[in-house]
Design a protein around this ligand. Sequence first.
Ligand code: SF4
Ligand code: SF4
Length: 459
Amino acid sequence: MNTTRIDLLTKIPLLKSILKSRFFQPVLMLGTLFFFVFAILTGFFGTPAGSKNFSIIYIWIVWWAVLIIVLVPFFGRLWCTVCPIPGPGEWLQRRGIIQKRYPKLMTLRRRWPRQLKNIWLQNVAFLGMALFSAIILTRPSVTAWVLFAFLILGVVLSAIYDNRIFCRYVCPVGGFIGLYSLTATVELRVKDAQICKDHSTKDCVIGTENSYGCPWMVFPGNLERNAYCGLCTECLKTCPRDNIALNLRPFGSDLLVAKGRSLDEAYKAFIMLACALMYSVVLLGPWGWLKGWANMNSLGQWAIYAVGFLTINLLIVPGLFWLTAQAARLLARLDISPRQAFVDYAYTLVPMGLMGWIAFSFSFVFVNGSYALPVLSDPFGWGWNLLGTKDFPWTPFLPQVAAALQLITLLIGLGFSIAIAYRIGRQHAGSDALAWRGALPITAFLTGVTLLFTKLYLG
Ligand code: SF4
Ligand code: SF4
């Protein structure tokens, strides 16, 4: 028996009944789809002033904050359970929303290229969005185009390929949710892997008369990490052996699972960390000229910014970390290749990066969160006053508390990442002492990152 796990489905039978219902996911997705389409409409037809438009405030402040501060660290891919983007494509594929009506999915049945069965495309998509983020985050019509494009791409990919290709291999948001959900305190796993081995029909993979095979194309019996399980709960409905558990577990558990570590995920960790730093510099820093460059005040200046941005993300941060990981490898006398040291130790950046994003999010949630009230009454900025909150003034909320929370968050991230550095080192090192020696250069790197964040947030 695994004493570090508590199966919520055994403890809370009502939760199990809800998750097993075929209504559970589609009803939630229809709810979020309503808000998603509403955000697109307000973006296209509402005021161009970002602070007065529902799309900007509710997508980039409210949704983002809930996602990164609550959903990802505690519930992993729970957002993917309710995300509306794959909904229309999936329902077209299935020719139904709730019940399974046809044995086969309706698609062109093309095969997704083997070379793209990783998260490199998601890394590229995230960087592409990040390059234009100063514009996307402030201009409602641009946000609307991006959301609309996601929806269309989801439908197109669902028409060509079986299952959730968009979620698994393309979605720029799904890429980092997957990586950071390695830390989450919830996991979906099988109760007993041997039962899966002995179950010859593997219903969770191929589906049954009333339910589908895993839309995320994973085999639950092999799940050891959260990265690619979209928590869709389909296998819970499918499994005839009642072998699926939804466990509460310690924070960061999957970071110690060696199987599945890869260069594409390592780069995701670098990109996310570098972007958290860059966003903090550009959006929160005192350098107005840099904000102007990122904002495309002129194409030439933006091009310089883009080259710098990509160089920091793809060369400077990974390059510095390569040197750090090699120093760790030598100090700990690890008998692994330089590349493996680089990839394995890159997972130490996951808690730090996640906490960096949370700290970054605190800065604008506390300062600009009050915009959510007037926008609720006047989502298009047309002068409506639906709930009587239209004239609620912009009110920064407890800035000293925000600063303290940022510092605490960063220190938690630092401490956690150092502990992970030791434990990853211990997977290869001959002794505790050597593993700690290996953790020294990583600690120096992480401390440098923490100081940078702290300087940016607290001055
Ligand atoms: S259907 Fe259930 S028991 Fe069978 S392989 Fe899938 S998870 Fe395991
Ligand atoms: S493993 Fe189960 S919950 Fe996870 S994506 Fe596949 S079917 Fe959904």
